[in-house]
Design a protein around this ligand. Structure first.
Ligand SMILES: [Fe+2]
Length: 189
């Protein structure tokens, strides 16, 4: 479609339209507030940066799963339709875990799609529909991108003394991603 056919009412009849404002920001992204969790401030800030990277990549992976959940086709449609949705739900749980850990550490969790798109290391997928083989390859690549980063972050957060973040990265992010890779990889071997 080369042009939009969407129509909408204009706002001229609204008596007091609400206008969004950018003057309400109280903490800049990339800055950490002081917290009372007995953790070194430099270690906390480093963890916030790592967690936001994992968060951006996990949101992107979750969205890839939803895209493929909707767009998959072929003889394995029903099986993959359900599997992709299950994995999307599991990634959504990780998203909340990662975002809230950022806030616990005094940081600001990356949240909006445009910011996620700028930050993610996962290549942008086409807007159009891909075949099943390409969908699986794209998902496996995204998982490996996350796992590569997560393994390095697990070591750095542990050596910096942030074992709470380390636990989330190992017990939740790495384990869940490894398991999902197993389920995907069985379809291509
Ligand atoms: Fe659905």
């Amino acid at each position: 479609m080369s042009h939009s056919t969407i129509t909408r009412d204009d706002a001229t009849h609204l008596r007091e339209p609400v206008v969004p404002s950018n003057t309400g920001e109280v903490q800049a992204f990339g800055h950490a507030r002081r917290t009372t969790i007995a953790l070194d401030a430099t270690a906390a800030l480093a963890s916030v940066d790592s967690l936001n990277q994992l968060l951006a990549d996990t949101v992107t992976l979750r969205d890839l799963y939803k895209k493929h959940h909707w767009q998959v086709s072929g003889p394995t449609f029903y099986m993959l339709h359900l599997l992709f949705d299950k994995h999307a739900e599991e990634q959504t749980r990780l998203i909340d875990l990662l975002a809230e850990r950022v806030q616990v550490l005094g940081g600001v969790a990356i949240a909006m799609g445009a910011d996620i798109a700028e930050a993610t290391l996962i290549p942008r997928a086409p807007k159009g529909r891909e075949n099943t083989e390409a969908q699986l390859a794209r998902l496996l690549h995204a998982h490996e991108t996350i796992l590569l980063a997560a393994r390095a972050m697990a070591k750095s957060t542990a050596s910096a003394g942030d074992i709470g973040t380390d636990d989330i990265i190992v017990s939740d992010v790495i384990r869940a991603n490894e398991l999902q890779v197993w389920f995907l990889a069985q379809h291509v071997q």
